[in-house]
Ligand binder design. Structure first.
Ligand code: RP5
Length: 149
């Protein structure tokens, strides 16, 4: 994420990954305030064994896009609702990538779905994650079927 001020929103992603028992790196790296560190971190991610990157940032949210520029790993962008525009600034900054450098952008503050999408990507080659995802969906459906109002 771009700042510790994003931590509260991004915690929803950590909760999902913890629930699924999937290990992850958790870093604050700003595309604007620490660009060299971002280049080094994203550029070496595949060699460290990272499979998917989730990048959450608000405002002029260039984190996901710049991260995607430094790696061919899948990058999922989470636009964060900061102090202005209801997060529309971050949404457009994250989603409107130039052709050739994709970012899979989830909803504003959609950190939970970002983690679930990352797990879906992992599930292509990891049967254990695939089974846990299927179980998650089963329970989610059951909860709705059993809802009484
Ligand atoms: C972005 O600027 C960060 O991702 C954060 O959402 C926003 C504000 O950062 P702080 O000024 O709170 O550190 O780069």
């Amino acid at each position: 994420m771009g700042s510790t001020s994003d931590l509260e929103i991004m915690s929803a992603a950590f909760a999902v990954l913890d629930q699924f028992g999937v290990p992850y790196e958790k870093r604050v790296i700003s595309a604007h305030r620490a660009p060299s560190l971002l280049a080094e971190w994203a550029g070496s991610a595949r060699d460290r064994g990272v499979s998917v990157i989730i990048a959450g940032a608000g405002g002029a949210a260039h984190l996901a896009g710049v991260t995607a520029a430094y790696t061919t790993l899948p990058v999922i962008g989470v636009p964060i609702n900061g102090k202005a525009f209801g997060g529309m600034d971050a949404l457009l900054s994250t989603v409107q990538m130039p052709s050739g450098i994709p970012v899979a952008t989830v909803a504003v503050n959609g950190a939970k779905n970002a983690a679930l999408l990352a797990l879906s990507i992992l599930s292509v080659t990891d049967a254990s994650v695939a089974e846990k995802l299927a179980d998650f969906r089963r329970k989610q459906t059951e909860a709705i079927v059993n809802t009484e109002i």
